[in-house]
Design a protein around this ligand. Structure first.
Ligand SMILES: [Zn+2]
Length: 149
């Protein structure tokens, strides 16, 4: 089952975003991310970039604000994307790349009309190899069974 709400506007799969997972899963993951990022636990609220409300953490995201200002849905629509002229995008793309996710490549797939296939792949990819629970790109281990990601 594909959930189009989980197409991150920067190209990150929202299902693996720490804010989304912390909100959905709670428990130890929420405790750790709240402490790591110094964000109050009640601020962890997200339904995915595709279903953003004013209550969502992502509502204040600099990428989202930039896209809204320019009138784009996703970053690949922007003229600065192709020739890597957007410093903000390049810096987050580099950060996610270090954690094993190429958000530029993801946006290229979405641009090519492979959104549903990409969503299914991402859903399978961001799961614990041991227990199958969804895992966050921001977490070092599965919070259900403790296996490192
Ligand atoms: Zn697990």
């Amino acid at each position: 089952m594909s959930n189009l709400s989980l197409v991150g506007r920067c190209g990150l799969y929202c299902g693996t975003c720490g804010v989304y997972r912390g909100y959905r899963d709670g428990g130890e993951l929420l405790e750790q991310l709240a402490e790591k990022w110094n964000i109050p636990k009640e601020k962890f609220r997200c339904e995915g970039c595709g279903s953003l409300t004013q209550k969502c953490w992502g509502f204040g995201c600099e990428i989202v604000k930039c896209l809204n200002y320019k009138g784009y849905q996703l970053c690949h629509e922007c003229e600065a994307f192709d020739d890597k002229r957007c410093d903000r995008y390049e810096s987050i793309a580099e950060r996610y790349l270090k954690r094993g996710e190429d958000i530029r490549k993801s946006l290229m797939r979405i641009k090519n009309g492979e959104t549903l296939q990409w969503l299914d792949e991402q859903d399978r990819l961001w799961r614990c190899p041991s227990c199958g629970s969804p895992i966050s790109i921001h977490a070092e281990k599965c919070y259900r069974c403790g296996v490192p990601r």
